[in-house]
Ligand binder design. Structure first.
Ligand code: C2O
Ligand code: CU
Length: 485
């Protein structure tokens, strides 16, 4: 079996092939940066905030002058931003009014298994269900058109995101818009003098391609079987870079510190992000704050990864254009967005020398070692030579223990583990990189590289999964279940 359009430069955009848009690409740095709406609870009880979100088809203007049909949580893309607080439970009821089944995963969430968005725990389309309209059956029951997801919110402050996770169809369903941000705060973070309000900007970066009529373009080929040409997909790259759903947007900002929560929501594309002026200091990783701020020249983000950074524009003169670029892109995909400095302003934020006091996992705590090999073979993307079987289990681990997991790979595979957060112990022969710091849930594993991580299985028991977060690899079976017992 052959692999479509695939190469493996270690510092390239990742594993995938470019799908070119058929419409003229929009101008860069014209569209104002949108900020997704913040979800409001529909009901608040003593210890729980209840939310309702409806997945539906909507027409929105992503590209100026044309409309695009999306599948969005509440009909927007990205979906509404959830803002939660450690210690306050959240229950999110998702109603499916799309023409297809869905499943919602909170990426980075320390979530009970029944609410984790398992790929076959489907919410059926409302229009196709025997249930009467408005029916809201037993919580979380299968074969329902709504589902309650319970998030205990026992985890540390972090920038998470949520997205569709339907088996075999995650790539096309996320591409159509089923993704949004989920921000958690806690007492430690709230006490830090970090930039707040409109100086705390979530930036979800996704590449997309558009057909001539403005619709989102995605291959018609069935991801689970080779096309007529016998080729398998390596991953899909778009040629339009969207930030919060807008192509190459611009944001007018005062010359002060801003917190940028960078989220790579792309199906397959990796980014190496930098700013043409000002400085970047990383304060957080996927699953929480770092112990101390880390000055960065640039930030590498594989699909699914997040980086929480402070961009310092202090002292830049009014009118300065600060471009966020992607050195792994070419042509239009080398640009991401632009900040335009409006002028000086008061700024009482600081980057404190100590952010949080995360525990450092020690190798001696690992009670077991396992190897997971991510590889193309037998016409599939596989883990340890096995394509995904929703009924199978690759291993059982004990709740509350730490294990050493070793990931090896043939191409670029961003490896994601559900429920459990991990710390990177080693990468190749040169050791961890700055971007490997802190609590992670997704790690960029590069061609022919071994990455060792210490995984903390404290949280919940049940069936969870690990998988490649290149969504086309995921849909082509690069997933495995594990049990926490
Ligand atoms: Cu963000 Cu199992 O995925
Ligand atoms: Cu992969």
């Amino acid at each position: 079996a052959a692999l479509a359009g695939c190469s493996r430069p270690v510092d390239g955009p990742g594993t995938g092939e470019l799908l070119a848009s058929d419409l003229p690409l929009p101008g860069r740095f014209q569209v104002p940066l949108p900020v997704p709406p913040v979800a409001r609870p529909v009901r608040v009880t003593a210890d729980t905030d209840h939310y309702l979100v409806t997945q539906r088809v909507a027409r929105v203007e992503l590209i100026p002058g044309t409309t695009t049909e999306i599948w969005g949580y509440d009909g927007v893309f990205p979906g509404p931003t959830f803002r939660g607080r450690r210690g306050r439970r959240m229950v999110v009821t998702v109603r499916n009014e799309l023409p297809v089944p869905t499943s919602t995963h909170l990426h980075g969430g320390v979530t009970p298994a029944g609410s984790d968005g398992f790929p076959t725990d489907l919410i059926l389309p409302a229009g196709y269900s025997p249930a009467p309209p408005g029916h809201h059956g037993a919580s979380g029951r299968h074969h329902d058109t709504t589902r309650d997801y319970t998030y205990p919110m026992t985890q540390r402050a972090a920038t998470l995101w949520y997205h569709d996770h339907r088996m075999d169809f995650t790539g096309p369903q996320v591409w159509r818009g089923l993704a949004g941000l989920f921000l958690i705060t806690d007492e430690v973070e709230a006490a830090l003098p970090l930039p707040r309000g409109d100086r705390d900007l979530p930036l979800m970066i996704c590449d997309r391609s558009f057909a001539a009529d403005g619709s989102l373009k995605y291959p018609q080929r069935d991801m689970t079987h080779p096309g007529a040409d016998g080729l398998f997909h390596a991953g899909i790259f778009g040629d339009v870079i969207l930030v919060n759903g807008a192509p190459w947007p611009r944001a007018e900002v005062p010359a002060v510190r801003h917190r940028l929560r960078l989220v790579n929501g792309s199906n397959a594309r990796r980014y190496r992000l930098s700013l043409s002026a000002g400085t970047i200091t990383q304060i957080g990783s996927d699953a929480g704050l770092l112990s101390a701020p880390l000055p960065r020249e640039d930030v590498l983000l594989a699909p699914g990864e997040r980086s929480d950074v402070i961009a310092d524009f202090t002292g830049l003169p009014a009118g300065t254009e600060v471009t966020m670029t992607n050195t792994l892109g070419e042509g239009p995909t080398a640009d991401v967005m632009r900040f335009v400095i409006t002028g000086p302003a008061a700024d009482d934020s600081r980057i404190p020398a100590t952010l949080a006091t995360p525990e450092t996992l020690d190798r001696t705590r690992a009670v077991a070692e396992r190897r997971f090999d991510f590889r193309f073979g037998g016409g599939r993307w596989t883990i340890n030579n096995q394509p995904y079987d929703p009924a199978a289990t690759i291993c059982s681990v004990r709740e509350g223990t730490v294990e050493l997991w070793r990931f090896t790979s043939d191409f670029h595979h961003p490896v994601h583990v559900h429920m459990a957060h991990f710390q990177v112990l080693s990468r190749g022969v040169n050791g961890p990189e700055p971007g490997d710091a802190g609590w992670k849930d997704t790690v960029d594993v590069r061609p022919y590289e071994t990455v060792q991580v210490l995984v903390d299985f404290t949280g919940h028991r049940g069936r969870y999964m690990l998988h490649c977060h290149n969504l086309e690899h995921e849909d082509m079976a690069m997933m495995a279940n594990f049990d926490i017992v």
